[in-house]
Design a protein around this ligand. Structure first.
Ligand SMILES: Nc1ncnc2c1ncn2[C@@H]1O[C@H](COP(=O)(O)OP(=O)(O)OP(=O)(O)O)[C@@H](O)[C@H]1O
Ligand SMILES: [Mg+2]
Length: 452
């Protein structure tokens, strides 16, 4: 049951509409004889839908539509006209009316129009709510201790205006982190703009970042604003900053210091009003040592650093990530999401994911979805190159520093002991010759080991 407001200057007409809407449509009704009255009613009562006469003496229906439009489309309006003028109806729809009727139309049509306006309005509201939720909710999946720490860092750094350097191996989610820093900061209403410094030809990096004036170089046939200008009021992510050519590095440093840019080819300085984030999978200290990256620029950028942990340090997140990807892949394929067996997940968890981390996992899950039609995707679907190193059959990493390899070995030893003891912590501590439950718990926490 909905509450409908009828705005019509002719009392008999108004009352007839109200009577029919109550009787046939099971709605409750309110009535207004003029635009002024309608505005009063709308201000003092919740109304689900308005039926509005376009022709009234004094202020007409168009004026009410205009004033409703200024307040935002809070309530759907259906207009009707006695003149049968199609052109007037089109004008009303442009002003935000949901539908239009002719005074001569039967009551069934009126009810239909009301029902459809109510439905469309509620869908519109739902879409707006979902969109808001999508915008504010982080896409970062994972509850492991390293991910919890990452979330904390993001929450701490999001509100401050200084640059942030996001460092992590390829495919670990650096771009998602950047989007979260933007969405949780004070510039969420502004746009998020990402420039991939590695994808641009050397000669175009500067004009892409800082813009160019017409005629600045061959091919610059018109003035073009740069990424800094376009991200104004929002956030600019300089992705793969380690690949930025030296000349652009020098100019970027100046821009960050002076907080203004000039387009290539001159022109007046333009104040910078963008939050600057930079991301890289390179070791920038090493790049500085090799003379490929400016030290002064690094010092500007690395005041605040976010380290995005590699997937192998948070294998506890694997089940949640896999479930997430099973859902998104199924949606993309237009299928119902399927599950993955525990054994298959355990096999996947025995990998290091060094090449591309979470992106690599997503690709493997997609291959597995295609490999089998089974309702539960099992071990058989694990691609051969990921199935080899199942837990307990050697397969320690053959790359990485001694420290990394020791950590991997330690994690494997503890995980296997836990598996043997059915994750009974005291019994496992005994097997490993540790003092007590607490000392093993501490080690498990350090290694990010939790029962999945
Ligand atoms: N924690 C996570 N939760 C959900 N999805 C993730 C997570 N981390 C990464 N992804 C997904 O993995 C893919 C790679 O992430 P992203 O592009 O952010 O990585 P990156 O670190 O920027 O990689 P590159 O160094 O190659 O640019 C994306 O599809 C992203 O949605
Ligand atoms: Mg990236």
């Amino acid at each position: 049951m909905s509450r409908i407001l009828i705005v019509e200057d002719v009392a008999a007409m108004r009352e007839q509409y109200a009577y029919d809407l109550r009787r046939l449509g099971d709605h409750t009704t309110l009535e207004a004889a003029s635009v002024a009255e309608a505005i009063d009613v709308l201000a003092s009562h919740p109304v689900d839908c308005v039926i509005l006469d376009l022709e009234m003496p004094g202020a007409d229906g168009f004026q009410l539509l205009r004033s409703l439009q200024e307040r935002g489309p809070e309530v759907p309006v259906i207009v009707y006209t006695g003149t049968g003028s199609y052109e007037r109806c089109v004008r009303a729809v442009k002003l935000g009316a949901y539908g239009f009727l002719d005074k001569a139309e039967p009551m069934e049509r009126v009810l239909q129009e009301v029902a459809s306006a109510l439905e469309r309005h509620s869908l519109r509201r739902e879409v707006a709510t979902l969109r808001r939720r999508l915008d504010t909710e982080s896409a970062l999946i994972g509850e492991s201790p390293p991910m919890a720490a990452l979330r904390e860092t993001i929450a701490r750094l999001a509100p401050i205006p200084s640059p942030v350097l996001i460092v992590g191996e390829s495919g670990t989610g650096k771009e998602l982190v950047a989007r979260d820093l933007h969405a949780q900061g004070g510039r969420a209403d502004g746009s998020f703009h990402a420039v991939n410094c590695a994808a641009l030809p050397e000669g175009l990096v500067e004009s892409e970042l800082f813009g160019h004036e017409r005629g600045a170089f061959t091919g610059a046939d018109r003035t073009r604003p740069g990424a800094f200008e376009r991200a104004s009021g929002g956030t600019l992510l300089l992705d793969e900053i380690g690949e930025m050519p030296p000349a652009a590095q020098a100019k970027l440093l100046r821009v960050l210091e002076e907080e203004r840019t000039t387009r290539v080819g001159g022109g007046r300085p333009i104040p910078v009003d963008a939050r600057v984030l930079a991301a890289t999978n390179r070791d920038l200290d090493h790049e500085v040592a090799e003379g490929r990256f400016r030290e002064d620029l690094l010092f500007r950028l690395n005041v605040h650093v976010v380290l995005v942990p590699p997937l192998r340090d948070r294998l506890d997140d694997l089940p949640a990530l896999i479930a997430h990807f099973l859902g998104s892949i199924a949606a993309r394929f237009g299928e119902r999401p399927r599950a993955m067996s525990r054994e298959a997940i355990t096999r996947l968890a025995a990998n290091e994911w060094r090449r591309n981390n979470v992106r690599e996992l997503r690709n493997v899950v997609e291959r597995m979805v295609i490999a089998t039609r089974d309702e539960t995707i099992g071990e058989d679907a694990v691609p051969a190159e990921y199935a080899g190193r199942s837990a307990g059959r050697g397969g320690l990493p053959t790359r990485g520093s001694l420290k990394e390899r020791k950590a991997a070995a330690e994690r494997r030893i503890v995980r296997e002991a836990l598996d043997r003891n059915d994750w009974h912590v005291t019994r496992t501590a005994e097997e490993l010759g540790l003092a007590d439950h607490a000392s093993l718990s501490k080690i498990m926490k350090r290694l990010g080991l939790r029962r999945t």
